[in-house]
Design a protein. Sequence first.
Length: 484
Amino acid sequence: MISHIAVLRRRLPVWLIPMLWTLTLGMWGLSRQQSVWRDEAATWQVAQRSSVDIWHMLGQVDAVHGLYYLLMHGLFECFGPSTTTLRLPSVLAMAVAAACVTVIGHRLAGVWVGLGGGLTFGLLPSVQFYLQEGRPYALIAAGAGISTLLLVTVLRGRGRTVHWAAYGGTVLMCSLLNWLSLLILPAHLVTLVWTKAGRRMWTPWVVAATAAVTASLPLILFSQSQSHQVSWIPPLTWHMMIGPAVLLSIGTLGALLDRPRVGRLSLAAVALPLLAVPQIALIGLSLIQPLFLDRYVLFSMLGLALLIGVALGSAVRATGSSFPKASRWLVPAVVVVAVVALLPQSLANRSPASRVDDVLAIAADVQQVKETGDAVLFIPAARRDTKLVSPDAFTGLRDIALMESPEESGTLKGVEAGQARIRAAILAQRRILLVTDATEVAKPVSAMRDRVKISVLKEYFTVVADKQVRGRRVTVYERLGPAQ
């Protein structure tokens, strides 16, 4: 592909090359050695519930991801649960995002800028990480790419009412996947101001943006009642802002190469706000409530890729003035160098160790150590996701702390009994399997139920087997005396 890139771009749509490139990167090591980590386990277990059960759960938790869960439920129903079904939507979405980057760059700054930006997008470390993630962030990136492309289309004077309708609909769909994606609207607002858009642009944009926000408002307001789900996000620190500062510095340098001018539609007028505004806006929101996670503004990497494309396009032009034949090889050569330089990180992102744990590996260990009549406990209760994703491995084991299943309670981890009942249930067992976090990633136990589990096991049981693998741990306890 790379060696004949100049020929291919004359025969094929230029956006097809980065799309296929990103698709190839996504399919490489897609299963991550048959591992699934805790965030993906939430997608996996919810997707296997009925639509009625999913709707019931959204009233209690994770309403912000409701549309994504329903989408994955449909895919799991059609194709069955697997790591491919779980992650392929993200791969396809990132491929679409790469195509959007290419088209935007091509239209505003030339073929080499578009091609360089599109190929770069799939290589960005954060994009490679979420390229194979069974969560909604790649889909949001694709939606951001489509909405930005639609905005560029209308700003170039080629838009119609249908484009504005599609723009508003795309922004709305992204907000239903995660309403923080609405931070793309202030980015597009800056682009409109930068280009001194006239009234014929402002009026339909305001209508489309207002319609998308208004339609999203019920979800935004309702999700505030579930804000405890993000209470684990740490407060913003200076250290956390180093990454955004570096990205903004790189983006600013790329924008300067585009020679931006106020009042003119340029790549910088589109890409720099797309990179900078969501990052800055999320930092501002995090001063009110801690929310700063890079995945919430992953779509801003579209802007970074475009600005890197500007740098590559400038290098091609500079080289072409002296070495015309060599200039056509510059972008392919840079891509090859980037692939080699990023290879260690690319391999790391495709290994189970790239995530904090693996719910599938420990399920296999449970299958090996369990015996007929054994009971099972989970600390914390969220580690029940191993059982929910791999129910066959837990066949025959009694979940003695569980009072109400996740499906019945409309939760991700179920409802456990009170401390006294858990204590009595533990003392009635001969052998108990405890599934918890591995030592290196375990956090201090805070819930009183979990403290009771640990204290009773330590006092009345002895450890006869202990296995740790990929961030999870299963410990087998046997009763010191007769069960009560």
